[in-house]
Ligand binder design. Structure first.
Ligand SMILES: *[C@@H]1O[C@H](CO)[C@@H](O)[C@H](O)[C@H]1NC(C)=O
Ligand SMILES: *[C@@H]1O[C@H](CO)[C@@H](O)[C@H](O)[C@H]1NC(C)=O
Ligand SMILES: *[C@@H]1O[C@H](CO)[C@@H](O)[C@H](O)[C@H]1NC(C)=O
Ligand SMILES: *[C@@H]1O[C@H](CO)[C@@H](O)[C@H](O)[C@H]1NC(C)=O
Ligand SMILES: *[C@@H]1O[C@H](CO)[C@@H](O)[C@H](O)[C@H]1NC(C)=O
Length: 402
């Protein structure tokens, strides 16, 4: 081998040859080292285990001895104490707790997480279904004192969520208000634009994170309730239908807003219109936030003058889930005066007779039967109406006594 090593030509091949012969040697060396190490490790483990046992046995004998002799040396006798921290009980409860309202999830992450549905139909715990009251606002909820009176005494049956689009207005709600700390991560909303639907889906998704929410109602800061909480709650929880207003309308503000580019996903005769203010169950809410097919069509071809918020849900729900829908809204609004904006109610409009008239509407069906209640909520009320509402509503609508 040494001779060959001197040959310059063969230098390279010789080295590789040398390596080749040496390779098994290396391997054997390595193997033996490994084996030795493993052996040592095993020995160590067994030994330490054994020693523990011994010490335990020792204590045990000490213990039995001391009990027999009933010596006063009880202070020495301590049960073998585990040095591990006390075990934290990991139960279902931890999973059921919704995350902080102000989380850091992106919209994409939020929608994905909120779209998860358990496959097992029955809940393995006592679940009290709640109503999620979702407020879509620009600034603070100006009529919040009315809502505070409405919710009083009904904790555990509702959750409040606020999507406040104006990020520059940072006024906070008083600490004793149900609106305090109930803001969700919000983004700017322009009336009529498709980002209004994104805000609605954001509200739905955040509310879906709480498994206790069963019904979802969208409200604005100009909305008031027309009945007390127990009436509203049982009306919603016991309803067999969703309340997404949906109708077909000829003319410029109806079918005129349809774009042929939406075909074949949405055809002209599938185009629907309806009020933005919806109420729906958990199943439909999950479908709405999971929809990408219809939403992307509206995103691309219904922005601006199309007023997506008046068409997306009516069209989507009628096309996919028509049989679940009551096709009407639960929120009263007066368009009788015409024009792009409904009637606004201010101080002098709020009388007992007026509110009674809104409450007493027998023109609607509920679960397939005639019913005395058509609307649970009404809009649009300005902040000037607040004083009168606070004076009249709690008694008229039989809110809980404070
Ligand atoms: C947002 O809030 C600020 C401060 O309250 C206000 O000055 C501004 O007009 C608001 N913007 C909109 C679009 O409402
Ligand atoms: C928002 O909060 C900051 C600091 O608390 C304050 O300086 C600012 O004036 C507030 N803006 C509004 C619109 O209230
Ligand atoms: C709520 O109002 C209804 C009438 O609409 C009344 O019968 C009921 O007693 C009220 N509930 C409570 C808890 O006051
Ligand atoms: C609502 O409209 C759809 C489609 O037009 C229909 O299938 C459904 O039965 C209607 N709902 C009720 C409660 O009448
Ligand atoms: C409700 O309206 C009906 C007619 O639609 C009327 O007969 C009834 O007196 C009204 N009830 C109240 C309490 O105003």
């Amino acid at each position: 081998m040494k001779n060959n090593n001197n040959h310059h030509n063969n230098h390279f091949s010789m080295i590789s040859l040398f390596k080749f012969f040496n390779a098994p040697l290396h391997l054997i060396n390595l193997l033996s080292i490994l084996l030795f190490f493993a052996f040592g490790l095993c020995f160590g483990i067994i030994l330490s285990f054994h020693l523990k046992n011994v010490s335990f046995n020792l204590q045990f004998t000490q213990f039995s001895l001391s009990t027999i002799t009933s010596a006063a040396s009880s202070a020495i006798i301590t049960p073998p104490q585990s040095t591990a921290p006390p075990a934290v009980k990991v139960g279902l409860k931890n999973y059921l707790n919704p995350p902080e309202l102000m989380h850091d999830m992106s919209d994409e992450e939020l929608l994905w997480r909120a779209s998860m549905v358990p496959k097992v139909a029955d809940y393995p715990y006592k679940r009290i279904p709640k109503v999620a009251f979702m407020f879509l606002t620009k600034g603070p909820v100006v009529l919040s004192p009315v809502w505070d009176r409405f919710f009083a005494g009904n904790k555990g049956y509702y959750n409040v969520y606020v999507h406040r689009s104006n990020s520059t207005s940072n006024a906070t709600e008083p600490e004793d208000s149900v609106f305090h700390g109930r803001r969700i991560p919000s983004k700017d909303v322009e009336w009529g634009k498709v980002n209004m639907i994104e805000a609605e889906r954001r509200l739905l998704a955040n509310a879906l994170l709480d498994f206790s929410n069963e019904r979802f109602v969208l409200l604005s800061d100009a909305c008031i309730p027309l009945f007390n909480f127990s009436t509203v709650y049982s009306y919603l929880i016991n309803s067999k239908h969703n309340f997404v207003e949906s109708y077909d309308l000829e003319g410029p503000v109806g079918r005129g807003r349809y774009s042929p580019k939406m075909a074949p996903t949405v055809e002209i005769d599938e185009w629907r219109k309806g009020s933005q203010w919806f109420e729906m169950d958990r199943e439909l809410a999950t479908e709405v936030i999971s929809d990408t097919m219809y939403f992307s069509v509206f995103h691309d071809y219904c922005d601006g003058q199309c007023y997506a918020d008046e068409h997306y849900l009516p069209t989507f729900v009628t096309k996919r889930f028509a049989e679940t829908n009551a096709n009407r809204t639960l929120t009263f609004v007066d368009w009788a005066k015409g024009g792009p904006h409904p009637t606004k109610y201010t101080r002098n409009d709020v009388t007992e007779e007026f509110l009674e008239k809104l409450r007493n509407d027998t023109s609607c069906e509920y679960n397939g039967k005639p019913n005395g209640i058509c609307h649970l909520f009404a809009r649009k009320f300005t902040s000037h109406a607040l004083d009168r509402l606070l004076r009249i509503a709690p008694r008229l609508m039989q809110f809980n006594e404070l």
